[in-house]
Design a protein around this ligand. Structure first.
Ligand SMILES: [Zn+2]
Length: 340
């Protein structure tokens, strides 16, 4: 009798367990299904200029993580674009800068991530009054994004302009402290490291937040020791595919023609320009229109994680800036980029 009762009890328990497992596996798992549904929404609400299928991976992750029990949040209005025919951003790529990957076929041919007709817009040597804000306006009018490589000193002169660059959603890296040639034989390894670190710390000080671990060598002079150091600091190195030579162009038209001729020949690439240069600021509205008309698409490069500045450089910079100023000469009479 006891055995029979035990057998019955065991059968009931087994049945309950089976039913439970069945119910658990076959029931609609709202917690898993919901994010997929909602995740598709931001892609649909991207501006007309961005293709829905190329919605950045990062946005999917953000939306998925935000889901749990709360009602879905309305799509971010930050991507709205008033210009229906804008150049826009066709896709956003996130760069894992571990070990210091290098980009730009002019010097580095390992990482070929752009497809036909894709370009990356990059601007060096800012921030600078008038010119940088004009570049920002031209980019905003086309709802497109770029990577900026500011000079550390310039960042300390015009932090408010650099803040505008970051606030507009552009990627901000660094371009040394004083635009020194790090491949110069007279430069010691320590001096080169100081130029790199102080440059990044200056950009961080200006922005109030760490920049992206993206770096461009002044004059594209890639010293081997500095390259190795940047690799150890997990900083991505940017050369370029297309040099606009805007710093020596006689007018805006020449810049437009140089870029368009090169991009038509090469089909794609990272374009090097200077927001520091007046002619570039003048050329940009037309150049962006020409790129759009030619069927080119802009890819924005972002870093997976921000640059980790070294506290010593951050502190030294703050200390330096509190020193009384010995010279009262205007900035543009002291610092001028004469070549790049
Ligand atoms: Zn430069």
């Amino acid at each position: 009798m006891r055995n029979a009762l035990g057998l019955m009890l065991a059968s009931v328990v087994t049945a309950v367990v089976i039913a439970g497992v069945w119910f658990w596996t076959s029931s609609p798992r709202a917690d898993v299904a919901a994010p997929q549904t909602v995740a598709a929404r931001p892609a649909e609400t991207l501006p007309a200029t961005a293709t829905a299928k190329s919605a950045p991976k990062r946005e999917d992750v953000e939306v998925t993580a935000a889901i749990p029990e709360k009602a879905p949040v309305a799509p971010q209005p930050k991507n709205t674009c008033a210009n229906p025919d804008a150049l826009g951003v066709s896709r956003v790529v996130e760069i894992d800068t571990t070990g210091g990957p290098a980009f730009g076929f002019q010097h580095f041919k390992q990482l070929d991530f752009l497809t036909d007709k894709e370009v990356v817009l990059t601007f060096d040597d800012g921030p600078w009054p008038v010119n940088t804000p004009l570049v920002l306006k031209a980019l905003a009018d086309e709802c497109t994004k770029a990577v900026f490589f500011p000079i550390g000193k310039h960042a300390t002169y015009h932090p408010e302009i650099l803040k505008q660059v970051a606030a507009a959603g552009h990627t901000v890296g660094a371009h040394t402290w004083s635009h020194a040639n790090l491949n110069n034989k007279k430069m010691t390894e320590q001096q080169a490291r100081d130029e790199v670190e102080k440059g990044f710390s200056a950009v961080k000080l200006a922005l109030g937040a760490p920049p992206s671990p993206f770096f461009r060598f002044p004059e594209l002079q890639h010293g081997p020791a500095a390259m190795a150091y940047l690799g150890s600091r997990n900083v991505a190195i940017f050369s370029c595919d297309l040099d606009s030579f805007d710093f020596r162009a006689k007018d805006a038209t020449q810049i437009i023609n140089t870029v368009m001729t090169k991009v038509e020949k090469q089909g794609k690439g990272i374009i090097l320009m200077h927001d520091f240069q007046k002619r570039t600021a003048e050329a940009l509205p037309t150049l962006l229109r020409r790129l759009k008309a030619g069927g080119y698409k802009v890819v924005q490069m972002k870093a997976r994680a921000p640059f980790q500045t070294l506290a010593d450089y951050d502190e030294a910079l703050v200390k330096d800036m509190k020193l009384p100023v010995a010279s009262t000469r205007p900035v543009n009479s002291v610092v001028q980029t004469v070549s790049d």
